[in-house]
Design a protein around this ligand. Structure first.
Ligand SMILES: Nc1nc2c(ncn2[C@@H]2O[C@H](COP(=O)(O)OP(=O)(O)OP(=O)(O)O)[C@@H](O)[C@H]2O)c(=O)[nH]1
Ligand SMILES: [Mg+2]
Length: 336
């Protein structure tokens, strides 16, 4: 119901042009104000219409960062890898945004969770921004909120954005519709899991990581995955790479990043980039439109006296539910 009202208000606002001067909030974001960024992300997550206005303004300044998704089963070491990649990227002079779409993520800053994996973060370090996103809330859907937070980080000036999600459908984020390189993290002795995931896995991974390669069985797991990768159909000459890492030793981190860069290069030189961007824009437009239609439906379907009398007629058997629903549908269509 609320969404419909919001939508109507939004429609009345002028759409800012790229050349328009930025609003004070948008200016604070592009000038690197971390507190303003934190507040705006919260507004985006709770679906405040003012946040969307700022997103519209900032849109021309987005789309140029490298967005890398890391997903995989629970506890395989995704957060530890993000932490290591972060150190590596900082060493390369990159500015990095990290989004952990995972309620159990250590990035939330809570002492208990923070103790589980040491995240080397210094709140005053301008080259890094962490954000943990809960899977609750998000009126427009979690994937949409994630896209929007990525855009804010891009406008803020982050050239690389790492997004950690729990795979296996536990968190509803379509990582393929968000990241340009998708890393699937596995560990040795995930044999059965790999077998069950096999069919879908090669469609969602550009790079496989066998993490915890300090444990026995890593070579075997990497070999099995490489064999499977060889059987997959290459897209623009790209077959998923397999990299072994250990965040404890550490080892394999520069190799992992090299594989990501190689994939990005393959994307840019092939026809795949435009296709992926088109697919992503298509998905986003559909999901925005669906959210809007859903809002209008909620508004149109709110209980009214006319609806109440229709229900009574069905109860009294003076009207059958089929004719009643047809009548309601005709009224609904007029409202939409
Ligand atoms: N032996 C070994 N343990 C590791 C390695 N990387 C991570 N771990 C351990 O694995 C556990 C889980 O690590 P996380 O980084 O929290 O894994 P995650 O995939 O982010 O976990 P969730 O977000 O809860 O799914 C921790 O106890 C880490 O210390 C590694 O390379 N080798
Ligand atoms: Mg984690």
């Amino acid at each position: 119901m609320k969404k419909g009202v919001r939508g109507a208000r939004r429609q009345a606002r002028p759409v800012p042009r790229a050349s328009s001067p930025l609003s004070p909030v948008a200016r604070r974001i592009v000038s690197g104000d971390r507190r303003a960024l934190g507040r705006l992300i919260s507004d985006v997550e709770s679906g405040r219409p003012e946040a969307r206005d700022v997103l519209k303004e900032l849109h021309p300044r987005t789309g140029r960062s490298l967005v890398v998704g890391l997903s995989g089963p629970l506890g395989v070491g995704k957060s530890s890898l993000v932490n290591r990649l972060l150190q590596h990227l900082k060493g390369l002079g990159k500015r990095v945004g990290v989004i952990a779409v995972d309620p159990s993520s250590p990035f939330s800053g809570g002492a208990v969770l923070g103790d589980r994996v040491r995240i080397d973060r210094d709140p005053s370090d301008p080259s890094v921004f962490f954000r943990s996103m809960a899977s609750r809330g998000h009126p427009g859907g979690l994937s949409q909120s994630t896209r929007e937070v990525i855009r804010l980080l891009e406008a803020f000036g982050m050239d690389t954005i790492l997004v950690e999600t729990v795979g296996s459908g536990q968190v509803d984020v379509e990582i393929h519709s968000i990241a340009s390189t998708r890393i699937v993290v596995l560990v040795p002795h995930l044999g059965d899991e790999v077998q069950t995931l096999k069919a879908g896995l090669f469609e969602i991974a550009d790079v496989f990581v066998v993490n915890k390669c300090d444990l026995p069985g890593a070579d075997r797991a990497a070999r099995d995955l490489s064999e499977l990768a060889q059987l997959s159909t290459p897209v623009d000459g790209w077959r998923p790479r397999v990299v072994q890492t250990s965040t404890l030793l550490p080892s394999g981190i520069p190799e992992l990043w090299a594989a990501v860069e190689e994939h990005e290069q393959a994307l840019r030189s092939g026809t795949q980039l435009r296709a992926r961007l088109t697919e992503r824009a298509d998905q986003e437009l559909r999901s925005l439109l669906l959210a809007r239609v859903q809002g209008s439906l909620d508004q149109a379907l709110r209980p009214t006296p006319a609806w109440g009398s229709l229900v009574s007629e069905v109860v009294d058997r003076t009207l059958d539910p089929y004719t009643a629903s047809e009548k309601a549908y005709r009224r609904l269509i007029q409202c939409l």
